[in-house]
Design a protein around this ligand. Structure first.
Ligand code: KG4
Ligand code: ZN
Length: 347
């Protein structure tokens, strides 16, 4: 295996299969040449959430075609690559293994450096990949279906986690609430759309109080409060016909607003306390229109820059994985071909 040959702008293939998106991307340096994402949402929708066995099987069926497409769209071939980067965790073990095997095969056959990437670091860096001029210190919120954490970065190297969720992730709360009122998976996008025609002041949902003054997140209380309200009002329908009624849309708007304001408050508290100069939003929930506009508004009021990544870089993607890989390559942190998936990898 080649070890980290020094190339100013290496050509890196990224591969991501940690959950239900089969993704591959090609970066030259920090320039995204292609970013292919094959979503499995249609497959998991009828089950109301990701079914791990189905996810790994579909990754297996699609991975080769997705990699081919990423190379073709980038106008390069395997011969041109300088390295292969792949997510090694956290995520579903069966899904992770598919990407890891594909990356190992390419690295072995082409004698390329293998770069084993933490998925969450990918989400964090997606903001700076898209907005390289973002100022530091920076506060970053990663809000996704599996994680919701807050980080402070003195610069691109020095990153510390300040808070995480103690129970559900924010995206998980969106998904569970959507399922509760009979809407499909993933719930975030549909709640976002329906909340636009609902009254966010109709149902009062209080944010959790942390008795120890911690900045940690907690979303399960919002979900339970929605469940109680929906049951009391008969809104917890399994298969409602047509579009949800006004009362359901009011409840969804109230839920979305409560969850978003809770996250905005945490982000702004940390940003001001730590004298941050910019705020970054990443992860699937960063697609939420209310979260994007509220963070932008509060950041503007406080005189801070704010960056919410574009949807193609917010949800799971392989461009962010290639970007972390690029940094590992620069540091010479090449993975052994025996590297294993780590479903519980921390960041
Ligand atoms: O980052 P991501 O694609 O996968 C994980 O790493 O989990 O995030 C997926 C999550 C899902 O829970 C989905 O419902 C949520 O992001 N999501 C949204 C929106 N779009 C996606 N949540 C709220 N509003 C949205 N517009
Ligand atoms: Zn993710």
């Amino acid at each position: 295996m080649q070890t980290g040959k020094t190339v100013a702008s290496p050509l890196i293939l990224g591969i991501e299969t940690s959950c239900d998106e089969t993704a591959a991307a090609v970066l030259r340096g920090r320039a995204i040449l292609s970013n292919v994402i094959a979503s499995q949402a249609d497959i998991h929708r009828e089950y109301g959430g990701v079914v791990p066995e189905l996810a790994s099987r579909h990754h297996l069926e699609r991975i080769d075609a997705v990699i081919d497409m990423a190379l073709r769209r980038a106008g390069v071939s395997l011969d041109d690559l300088d390295a292969v980067a792949v997510t090694r965790g956290p995520g579903l073990v069966g899904s992770l293994l598919v990407g890891l095997q594909a990356a190992k095969a390419i690295a072995y056959v082409r004698r390329l450096p293998l770069l084993a990437v933490n998925h969450l670091e990918g989400h964090l860096r997606s903001v700076w990949l898209e907005h390289p001029a973002a100022a530091f210190p920076a506060v970053s919120l990663i809000a996704s279906g599996g994680h919701t954490s807050l980080y402070l970065s003195a610069d691109e190297e020095r990153v510390v986690r300040l808070a995480r969720t103690r129970d559900d992730a924010s995206g998980e709360a969106f998904d569970k609430v959507a399922k509760l009122v009979g809407l499909g998976y993933p719930g975030g996008p549909v709640v976002d759309r329906l909340a636009k025609t609902g009254d966010r002041l109709s149902v009062r949902l209080s944010p959790p109080k942390m008795s120890d003054g911690s900045l940690d997140f907690s979303f399960s209380g919002f979900k339970t409060a929605v469940l109680r309200h929906a049951r009391a009002r008969g809104l917890d329908r399994r298969f409602p016909a047509g579009e949800p009624d006004q009362e359901t849309r009011d409840l969804l708007a109230s839920f979305q607003s409560a969850v978003v304001e809770f996250m905005v408050k945490r982000v702004m508290t940390v940003a001001i306390r730590e004298r941050a100069l910019s705020i970054g939003l990443s992860g699937g929930v960063a697609c939420n229109s209310l979260l994007r506009s509220r963070v932008a508004e509060e950041a503007r009021k406080a005189g801070l820059e704010s960056y919410a990544v574009s949807p193609s870089l917010a949800s799971d993607n392989a461009a962010m994985i290639a970007e972390v890989g690029r940094r590992l390559l620069l540091r010479g942190e090449i993975a052994d071909l025996a590297v294993n998936a780590d479903p519980g990898l921390e960041f």
